[in-house]
Ligand binder design. Sequence first.
Ligand SMILES: Nc1ncnc2c1ncn2[C@@H]1O[C@H](COP(=O)(O)OP(=O)(O)O)[C@@H](O)[C@H]1O
Ligand SMILES: [Mg+2]
Length: 272
Amino acid sequence: MRSRKAHTIVVGNEKGGTGKSTVAMHLAVSLLSLGASVGSIDLDARQATLTRYVDNRRRQAAGGRPLSLPDHAAVPPTSDAAADEARFREVLESQRNRHDVVVIDTPGSDHPLSRLGHSFADTLVTPLNDSLVDLDVLATVDPDGMKITRPSHYSEMVWETKKLRALRGERAVAQWVVLRNRLSTLDARNKREMGRLLGDLAKRIGFRLIGGLCERVIYRELFLEGLTLLDLGEGSGVEMSLSHVAARQELRHLVDNLGLAGMVKGEDAQGS
Ligand SMILES: Nc1ncnc2c1ncn2[C@@H]1O[C@H](COP(=O)(O)OP(=O)(O)O)[C@@H](O)[C@H]1O
Ligand SMILES: [Mg+2]
């Protein structure tokens, strides 16, 4: 019998196309490669990207590739919100009792089921494209002084879910981490500006900013085969290029920064 419940990682951002599902899959496979038992839950019924990603991986594994898989469940919302909530709680409870870590992928829009999912995060990971358009879901920026004026809807939603946790008598989100995704190697000025604004915002609303993943075509290519950066190399059919090696290094930094190894051993994740 397990003596403690799984660490729950929620990947969320109230915006589509920021890399949530890609990051969720890479975190799940990284944890598996660290020897963890991993559950995964897809709350994004519309896109169901993580579910399809895992299905693609399962197909490859059935075809003879030695690929480890998370114990995956899709919990698509229906018209019955109460039934959805009950089903999600049941799936989450069951996964938390059986695994070391549960990774939850969420939709890029506000939804009661997504809010509920967020409220169970021990670690909330928010991938953010490196653009002022994407920053807008976290904070309003005054274009004249290029200063943060106030937190916006997603930040407020995270705040609300902390209250939900408190009402259930649980401690607040252990850590909220914002991860810069699709970093361009070219646009140095935008990158600097985003870095400065995110640094200010991190202090104001209490997240930890970590170095993210660069823009690389490989992420799009991996999906159909259900593979991650960790599966490349010998026998994968994809030869490792320098860009792949660099991408894998970025993923390693991400895994270290999030303290995933500690989650496997049952230690507390790094504090924010
Ligand atoms: N670092 C990256 N570089 C290049 N493409 C990326 C990167 N991260 C994600 N993508 C691609 O961007 C698209 C959206 O990613 P996805 O993970 O589905 O985002 P979300 O779940 O937030 O909607 C996908 O085609 C994915 O392959
Ligand atoms: Mg997605």
